[in-house]
Design a protein around this ligand. Structure first.
Ligand code: HEM
Length: 175
């Protein structure tokens, strides 16, 4: 016990040792405290705001969180929003990842995450009550997220001919 007392007074009464102790405590905190503390998650890198623009379904698809800078856009009732801040929900593996880079309107109207289409959805078969749900979601997204632009019908696309060699059946669909 005497040895312990001696050691303690050594540390307490020698300024050099005090400084060294303070240094050790500080460095330990830096290394362990900050790295593992759940109170200090690493800061999320923020993307610069995306330029306002209207998009087709095909252009929207580029923003599913897996491409380019990982940005995620979601369309609701014809409005496109940047939901990148909630990557945990909309990014790969998130509960709402099927919405990433797509039009979530129908899924939100029917409260079913799986009913997302890959082509333009005019929503005309939805009931008035379902459409009012969609509008509520749209308002909620508008409050939370940056608005990017309108979701365009494919035929509004300015460079329809410049895309790949797929057969354009837009006219057939319109009947
Ligand atoms: C048992 C079913 C469900 C539960 C328990 C649930 C729970 C939750 C919770 C806790 C959140 C908040 C997450 C957060 O902000 O951290 C959330 C967000 C959300 N839920 Fe659900 N949910 C369910 C089903 C659905 C369904 C079926 C849809 C739509 C088809 C949906 C659409 C959404 C959307 C879009 C958000 C995110 C809104 C935002 O961007 O902040 N949820 N849900």
């Amino acid at each position: 016990m005497d040895f312990m007392k001696e050691l303690f007074s050594e540390i307490i009464y020698s300024p050099v040792n005090m400084v060294l102790m303070a240094g050790i405590v500080y460095l330990s905190y830096k290394i362990y405290g900050q790295a593992v503390s759940p109170m200090n998650p690493p800061p999320k890198p923020q993307l610069p705001p995306l330029e306002k623009q209207d998009m087709t379904i095909r252009q929207l698809k580029e923003y599913d969180g897996t491409k380019n800078d990982g940005r995620i856009l979601v369309a609701v009732n014809g409005s496109i929003f940047d939901v990148t801040p909630k990557k945990n929900l909309y990014g790969p593996g998130g509960s709402y990842s099927p919405f990433a880079g797509r039009d979530a309107s129908r899924a939100l109207a029917l409260f079913d995450v799986t009913v997302v289409k890959d082509e333009y959805d005019d929503l005309t078969d939805l009931t008035e009550s379902q459409m009012s749900h969609v509008r509520e979601w749209q308002d909620q997204f508008a409050e939370k997220y940056d608005y990017i632009g309108r979701l365009l019908k494919d035929e509004e696309k300015p460079d329809a001919d410049a895309q790949d060699g797929e057969i354009d059946n837009t006219l057939e669909k319109q009947g």
